[in-house]
Design a protein around this ligand. Structure first.
Ligand code: FAD
Ligand code: UDP
Length: 416
């Protein structure tokens, strides 16, 4: 890698659109993967298995691991993408930089049970995730904290002064009903306009007033100098990366993984005793109640012949730029290499051939989802688990928790 980097001229090295993970082979994945299923045997649609798991992300991998190791049942995991790990997957790019091709994945949780569970498959690299916001031509500490307040004042301040000032700026709204009300009730219109309004419109193509309060409410506001992006007790990355952690989870003699296989292509001919489905729930039901709304992202990667490029691991852009954030994940992974890769995220409308990265947390979408959920609740022999199947804007730890809870239920019921 060092040789490749030395051959590269200083400055901008290469721009590559989106992500282009090479197909995984059994050689790179410890023999657990059959490789690109469609390539291996394109006509093999007559899969027969005990437990069929659709999706090799957190939901599918946790359930495969639990069912194989604790129930001794044989699982076949299919994923239509060419890699395991779902959106949390990571890989080395052409310059040898470990990147998160589907957006930055900062692991954080308050659950000891979830840390203990995942620690069977990985050690951790503790990281405090720090972010800046670029607004009005300069960088601001973000999320809003005492340092941000001092930047706004242009002089030193105290938690007491910040609390008193926010009390004046805030709009008193007792039970915020949407994300606009949520932020106005915390910091008032000036900081709402500065950091939230346009960013949220870009990300969701909806006004914050049309989104659940929890969307912008995810972002903490602090009157202390705690400038971490997240507040959970445990904040870290898998020490050897997410892909390695997933590989270890799925490396079990009773688990077979087939990537490059779309459930829709095998559904009519395949046979299973129990199905675990972690894909989009509306797709499972043929969009019978109409397609649920999702947001997708386009990623633009840029590799530079510098050790680091950005002033922080993530810079948010709450202004008129067409992208929402730029991420230099190398600042979090701690990789020692003289080149770096930054990734810009451009929110886009979801459509055919795109990834449904975000369910839309809004009351109209929820009402539509509940119609699907009602069908799912009456569907025998199928577990719907994960961010897409439950149509919930979940973090990784929440999906692990959801999968472990589903496993507890399956153990009781002994399905199939
Ligand atoms: P997924 O990871 O989406 O996995 C589902 C899998 O099912 C996919 O691989 C898909 O290809 C497959 N699939 C779907 N349909 C089919 C089909 N018909 N046939 C075969 N396979 C199918 N969480 C955090 O905790 N911290 C973060 O910093 C963070 N950052 C994020 C950044 C972005 C840009 C995004 C989009 C999400 C982020 N998340 C983060 C959330 C995190 O990605 C999810 O909580 C978690 O990965 C969800 O796991 P899952 O298994 O439910 O879904
Ligand atoms: N948000 C914002 N400005 C920011 C960061 C976030 O308005 O600088 C809002 C936006 O609506 C975003 C939500 O807060 O979708 C949650 O942000 P987070 O960074 O947690 O988003 P994710 O990592 O899930 O994309």
């Amino acid at each position: 890698m060092r040789d490749a980097a030395q051959r590269m001229p200083r400055g901008r090295l290469r721009e590559s659109p989106g992500w282009c993970a090479p197909p995984l082979t059994s050689a790179t994945h410890g023999g657990i993967l059959l490789g690109h299923g469609a390539t291996k045997n394109p006509s093999d649609r007559t899969l027969k298995c005990d437990v069929l798991i659709v999706g090799a992300g957190f939901a599918g991998a946790v359930l495969a691991e639990r069912i194989a190791s604790q129930m001794g049942r044989r699982c076949t995991v299919v994923d239509r993408r060419d890699h395991i790990g779902g959106n949390a997957f990571d890989r080395y790019d052409g310059a040898g930089v470990l990147i998160h091709p589907c957006g930055p994945h900062y692991f954080h949780t308050n659950s000891d049970r979830i840390v203990e569970y995942l620690s069977q498959f990985t050690d951790w690299r503790p990281v405090e995730f720090r972010v800046l916001s670029y607004a009005g031509g300069r960088y601001w500490q973000f999320p809003i904290n005492l340092n941000t307040f001092e930047q706004i004042l242009g002089r030193p301040s105290t938690p007491g002064e910040m609390e008193a000032t926010l009390a004046r700026w805030r709009i008193p709204i007792e039970n915020p009903k949407n994300s606009e009300e949520m932020i106005l009730s915390q910091v008032g219109p000036r900081l709402y306009e500065m950091f939230f309004k346009k960013y949220t419109r870009k990300q969701w193509r909806r006004d914050p007033s049309e989104l659940d309060p929890a969307v912008c409410g995810r972002i903490p506001v602090r009157t202390t100098r705690d400038d971490r992006y997240l507040s959970d007790r445990f904040q870290a990355l898998p020490r050897d990366g997410y892909a390695t952690m997933f590989r270890r989870m799925l490396d079990h003699p009773l688990i077979e993984v087939r990537t490059g296989v779309d459930f829709r292509d095998i559904r009519s001919a395949a046979k299973w005793n129990h199905l675990i489905y972690t894909g989009p729930i509306d797709e499972y039901y043929g969009h019978v109640f109409g397609p649920l709304p999702y947001r997708t992202l386009r990623f633009e990667n840029e590799t530079l012949a510098e050790e680091f490029h950005l002033p922080a691991m993530q810079v948010n852009y709450p202004g008129d730029e067409p992208f929402t954030r730029v991420v230099e994940i190398k600042r979090a992974t701690g990789q020692k290499i003289p080149v770096t890769t930054i990734v810009r995220e451009f929110p886009e409308d979801y459509g055919p051939g795109k990834e449904p990265y975000y369910p839309v947390p809004a009351s109209d979408a929820r009402a539509q989802y509940l119609r699907y959920a009602d069908l799912a609740a009456r569907e025998p022999g199928v577990s719907f688990v994960g961010r897409l199947a439950a149509y919930r804007y979940c973090n990784m730890d929440q999906v692990v928790g959801m999968a472990l809870a589903e496993f507890d239920g399956l153990k009781e019921r002994k399905p199939g």
